[in-house]
Design a binder for this molecule. Structure first.
Ligand code: CUA
Length: 316
């Protein structure tokens, strides 16, 4: 069966692909056996019961209960097997596991866009970790498209004004092609994208590097972008920029200052300290402030962190 698979089907790169293939081969090979068997019987009868003389009269047979029950019951059993088996495969492929990693998919003429939990966005490339169920929550900005990955044996229509879902688990890192299989206009046949399956750690890194949409808008100074990010990521809800006392230390004049930490040691607020405070807020808490900040690991990439640090420097 594996040899047939390699010869005739795309590589099976998801955990459930073999399920689909086994059912596929059962249906096709049993149909093939039936077809060949029927043709053989027809040929045999044509030869055996051919007219042998001018005055030959064929016997009149009205019915044969045994035969009729046999050829009704056997196909019925086979159809029921295919139904029950197919239903099981359908349910397995439709119901995403609870711990699935969710990615939002937007289809529009003629491209695929993907957005991730931390605000990262990609067009034409779906990045996912290997060995983890991935649930895609999909909708369309315009007409009906269809999300199809032959390597994973999954296909699902993508509709405007309504969410549809599909899931897969690709155990090995690699790449597979996504096709649109619903005719959607001029460039329908070019509406492809790639699934890029990373090692889980590599995926984490990729996700962090692409957090919040990636890099600075052109024509914007890093400090200016940093100011915008500080608002977008709500840093300024807890850190004032004008010396006002809020939940956390004010950013005004904080750069290059000496601060006492909760353990009594002192620290110079430089780039390293600020970066650490963003990624590991609990590591070195300034004395007198609550240890309540959440990490921005995976939400801000290096470029964004640098921009925020540049912004903090301008507040001196
Ligand atoms: Cu989108 Cu065809």
């Amino acid at each position: 069966m594996d040899a047939l698979n390699d010869l005739l089907l795309p590589p099976a790169k998801s955990t459930l692909a073999h399920q689909t293939d086994t059912l596929f081969w059962f249906v096709h090979l049993s149909s093939l056996v039936l077809t060949i068997g029927l043709i053989a019987v027809i040929v045999y009868f044509v030869i055996k019961y051919r007219r042998k003389s001018e005055d030959e009269v064929t016997p009149l047979i009205t019915h044969n209960n045994k035969l009729e029950v046999t050829w009704s019951v056997i196909p019925l059993i086979m159809v029921l097997i295919v139904f029950g088996w197919g239903y099981q495969v359908f349910i397995d492929q439709r119901v995403a596991p609870e711990d699935s990693y969710e990615v939002n998919v937007t289809a529009q003429k003629w491209l695929w866009q993907f957005s991730y939990e931390n605000g990262a966005r990609t067009t034409g490339e779906l990045h996912v970790p290997a060995g983890r169920p991935i649930k895609l929550i999909m909708n369309s900005n315009d007409v009906i498209h269809s999300f199809y990955v032959p390597d994973y044996r999954i296909k699902q229509d993508v509709l405007p004004g309504r969410y549809t879902e599909v899931w897969f688990n690709a155990p090995e890192p690699g790449e597979s092609i996504i096709f649109c299989t619903e005719y959607c206009g001029t460039a329908h046949s070019d509406m492809t994208a790639n699934v890029i399956v990373h090692e889980p750690n590599e995926f984490k890194k990729w996700l962090a590097d692409n957090a919040g949409g990636g890099s600075a808008p052109e024509d914007m100074e890093p400090a200016e972008w940093g100011e915008q990010l500080a608002q977008e990521y709500a840093c300024t809800t807890c850190h004032s920029t004008d010396g006002t006392q809020l939940t956390g230390p004010t950013w005004q004049g904080v750069f290059d200052s000496e601060e006492t930490l909760t353990d009594g040691s002192t620290v110079t607020v430089d780039e390293n300290y600020l970066r650490e405070s963003i990624l590991e807020p609990s590591a070195k808490v300034v004395d007198g402030y609550p240890d309540v900040m959440n990490t921005y690991q995976g939400q801000l990439n290096d470029e964004q962190i640098n921009a925020i640090i540049e912004y903090i420097k301008t507040l001196n």
